[in-house]
Ligand binder design. Structure first.
Ligand SMILES: Cc1ncc(COP(=O)(O)O)c(/C=N/[C@@H](Cc2ccccc2)C(=O)O)c1O
Length: 455
């Protein structure tokens, strides 16, 4: 991909400082070797997440100044609805404080306890809300998604045979809905093709199954369709997004990613009955249906940001930056998930630290080692994130990954070079690295707050 300059110029900066090795050793010990528990001031380049860490534009900031903080019926809500209608094609919107707020509501609305919810690989908060609502998640993603080395161009695709087999096994009436994430975070930010979305739609229509999407990174998914799928080259991302979403009954959206805001989310849909139920629940858990746990200014920032995130030049640079980092690591022989995803480079920690067993927590270990080397913060996406099953046993995911997650419009490729140099240094001394073990294991979504110590 030809290098392109940032399609924006920087108008404000936030100073960052490099720490010493001694400072980092003290910091990671205090954080229990869990990068989620590090203090921001101890982090040099923060690649923990792309969630809520984007830089907002001058247009978003000025929209915030005009935010309407009326408790009910604020203009800011109208602006969000207009933007969702215009850019996503959904007529109905229920704002929530962030993505998992929307996941909570839709799980309660659509799932009857005992029902099943197929999806293209699990995501932690999505699955936990489905389970809390009494549903059982079933992974129906294609097998290639579980192979870090597979170069399948659309590893996020639903395996139609797996989906059909589940329908045959439990009956269509026992399937609450199918949830198709675009892109698939835990597979490495991997896209779903338009052809696959259409094929899933056909099955859902045949059996009367609701087709929902976790649209959190939909713009990046559309950009990969433009780049890789026959018939879409040269089509504007905004047009591809409208076509993608036209096949879904509704979406949960974490605005903290592809709406370029620091907080925000929403449900968007076509069915008034679902909106009515969402409004009944949102007043209990989030706030009035016209603010959903957000300030008016947040709604306005999201209305502007979701439109900006569909810009072709912005996405070409954004995805190009992720690819730049990934290609530097590939050139040094560092094992990463291929193809390189849309929002992050995922290091194959199992291959990187192939002398460690999964019970020695390779990804947790590698994330701590990278921080110790350079102050770069990453996120464990392996056995710790996978948690325990209903019987209390550790789940053993095929993918044991460390995610280097690139915030939107924040860092330059000079920062990417610092990250690449650090990971390569750790790779060169990987045989010296020993594993970690739990000293405290939190009961739910344990990766957020558990603590560890070196073996
Ligand atoms: C595909 C997808 N669907 C829904 C959500 C929830 O949205 P929200 O509630 O955060 O707004 C997320 C959030 N992803 C963040 C934050 C995170 C969340 C759980 C564990 C680790 C990190 C991340 O991947 O960094 C997501 O990626």
């Amino acid at each position: 991909m030809p290098a392109i300059a940032e399609p924006y110029r920087i108008k404000m900066v936030e100073p960052i400082t490099m720490t010493t090795r001694e400072q980092r050793e003290a910091a990671i010990r205090a954080a229990g070797y869990n990068t989620f528990l590090l203090r921001s001031d101890d982090v040099y380049i923060d690649l923990l997440t792309d969630s809520g860490t984007s830089a907002m534009s001058d247009r978003q900031w000025s929209a915030m100044m005009m935010g309407d903080e009326a408790y009910a019926g604020a203009r800011s809500f109208d602006h969000l609805v207009e933007s969702v209608r215009e850019n996503y094609g959904f007529p109905l919107v229920c704002p929530t404080h962030q993505g998992r707020g929307a996941e909570h509501l839709i799980s309660k609305i659509l799932i009857t306890p005992g029902q099943h919810v197929p999806g293209n690989m699990y995501f932690t908060t999505t699955r936990v809300h489905q389970e809390l609502a009494g549903g059982t998640f079933h992974d129906v993603i294609i097998d290639e998604a579980h192979d870090p080395a597979s170069r399948h161009p659309f590893k996020g695709n639903v395996d139609l045979d797996k989906f059909q087999a589940l329908i045959d096994e439990v009956g269509a009436d026992q399937i609450a809905y199918i949830n198709v994430a675009v892109t698939v975070n835990m597979a490495g930010g991997q896209p779903v093709s338009m052809a696959n979305i259409r094929a899933v739609r056909e099955i859902c229509d045949r059996y009367g199954i609701i087709l929902w999407s976790d649209a959190t990174r939909l713009a990046e998914n559309a950009w990969f369709i433009q780049e890789r799928e026959d018939g879409y080259a040269g089509r504007p991302v905004a047009e591809i997004v409208r076509e993608m979403l036209s096949h879904f009954d509704g979406i949960t959206m974490s605005g903290k990613k592809d709406c370029l805001v620091n907080i925000g989310g929403f449900l968007a849909m076509r069915d008034e009955a679902i909106l009515t139920k969402a409004r009944e629940l949102v007043v209990v858990y989030e706030g009035m249906p016209t603010y959903g746990g957000l300030a008016g200014r947040d709604l306005d920032a999201m209305a502007v940001g979701l439109r900006e995130a569909l810009d072709d030049d912005y996405l070409t640079h954004r995805i190009g930056q992720v690819r730049y980092l990934g290609e530097r690591l590939q050139a040094a022989g560092v094992p990463i998930v291929e193809p390189i995803g849309g929002h992050a480079v995922f290091i194959d920690a199992a291959a990187f630290l192939d002398h460690l067993s999964q019970d020695e927590l390779p990804a947790q270990t590698l994330a701590a080692e990278i921080f110790l080397d350079s102050g770069v913060r990453s996120m464990e996406r392996g056995i710790v994130s996978a948690g325990r099953d209903a019987d209390g046993n550790n789940r053993y995911p095929k993918l044991e990954l460390v995610r280097l997650t690139i915030p939107r419009r924040v860092y330059t490729n000079s920062h990417m070079d610092v990250v690449a140099d650090s990971v390569i240094r750790v790779f060169q001394r990987r045989r010296e690295i020993q594993g970690l073990t739990f000293v405290y294991e939190s009961p739910t979504l344990r990766f957020f707050t558990s603590r560890f110590e070196p073996l």
